[in-house]
Design a protein around this ligand. Structure first.
Ligand SMILES: [Fe+2]
Length: 335
């Protein structure tokens, strides 16, 4: 018998991820031409993008900024009533900042920060994507044509954030938002929480907190987008190589999540993961899997070891720290 707490089923999924970039033109090229996302809107310093399988009008926002990093992460509530319940719970923690008018594609949103200072919002009203004629799919159940452009990421998947105090942030999102813990890394005989992987739905994790070994605040380790199978990750490696995009890690397989991955640093400096095959969790009484340092290692199940930069680099970057070079294949220069 398990004695799980009554679950809070008020948050549906990760709805919108905003990334900040000091190189907006180059970053936009990476997301549209290399990853194959579709641009749907531009406003002020921001461009709004989507994967071909995202049901919402937009799932990602790219905003010009002095430094790279995560902007606002927005979580979609299950209903208007669910939204109000979560807002009350957030307000009770003292971390609420109030209502905003939302953003392109979504209605009013309630803004808050997690204990580490990452900016988040929760909302319910979402504008569903209506494809223009040239992007209409021949499948009635696909919101947008699969164009085959670039890597062709289907949808956004998860964000991995760094936090100086992992347990404080994990318990905040568990208690205020209903996140359920899937896997965890505990060092020092189970006394030191190094990382926690969580979700509010069947996707293995939509949010991870990993300890910031620089003890800084509000930083992002990576943002991950989903493709349907391993072949597409391998094809992504070819596309990155042909376009001079440095590959920092992978293609390899994680032990926790069991996912197949490749990491690159987009031109603005953010670490981006192309990801597939993470297992889904359906058990309502799922027992979190706890890995110790010996069993987990660096999180690589098989494949090449992670470079030092993977443990060291995050955005915004620590002043003076180098952006990972990765293995960059020189691109042929016809001039
Ligand atoms: Fe990831």
């Amino acid at each position: 018998m398990t004695t799980a707490k009554e679950p809070i089923l008020d948050v549906a999924h990760l709805g919108h991820v905003e990334l900040l970039t000091p190189k907006p033109v180059e970053s936009l090229h990476y997301f549209t031409e290399i990853l194959g996302m579709e641009e749907v809107h531009a406003e002020g310093p921001s461009v709004y993008l989507r994967g071909y399988g995202d049901y919402a009008t937009t799932s990602m926002k790219l905003t010009e900024s002095k430094d790279a990093g995560a902007g606002t992460l927005a979580w979609r509530a299950m209903s208007e009533a669910a939204l109000m319940r979560r807002v009350a719970a957030i307000e009770a923690t003292g971390r609420g900042e109030g209502w905003t008018n939302g953003d392109f594609g979504r209605g009013r949103s309630y803004r808050f920060t997690d204990p580490d200072g990452h900016r988040m919002e929760i909302y319910y009203e979402e504008e569903k994507y209506v494809a223009p004629p040239h992007l209409r799919s021949t499948l009635d159940n696909l919101p947008m044509k699969y164009t085959g452009k670039g890597i062709g990421v289907r949808r956004i998947d998860h964000c991995a954030l760094l936090a100086a105090d992992v347990p404080a942030n994990r318990t905040f999102v568990e208690d205020a938002l209903g996140f359920r813990l899937r896997e965890q890394v505990m060092y020092d005989n189970g006394t030191k929480e190094i990382g926690s992987w969580m979700s509010t739905n069947n996707i293995h994790h939509q949010l991870a907190y990993v300890v910031d070994n620089k003890a800084l605040h509000g930083r992002m380790h990576h943002f991950s987008l989903w493709v349907d199978n391993r072949d597409e990750v391998l094809r992504a490696a070819d596309i990155f190589a042909e376009n001079g995009i440095a590959m920092e890690a992978g293609p390899s397989k994680h032990n926790n999540s069991q996912a197949f991955y490749i990491y690159t640093i987009e031109p603005g400096g953010n670490r981006i993961e192309v990801y597939t095959s993470g297992f889904f969790v359906t058990a309502p009484d799922w027992e979190p899997v706890v890995w110790n340092e010996e069993r987990r290692g660096t999180g690589v199940y098989w494949g090449a070891a992670l470079p030092e930069s993977f443990l060291d680099y995050a955005t915004p970057n620590k002043p003076g720290a180098k952006v990972p070079a990765g293995r960059k294949i020189p691109v042929f220069d016809p001039s």
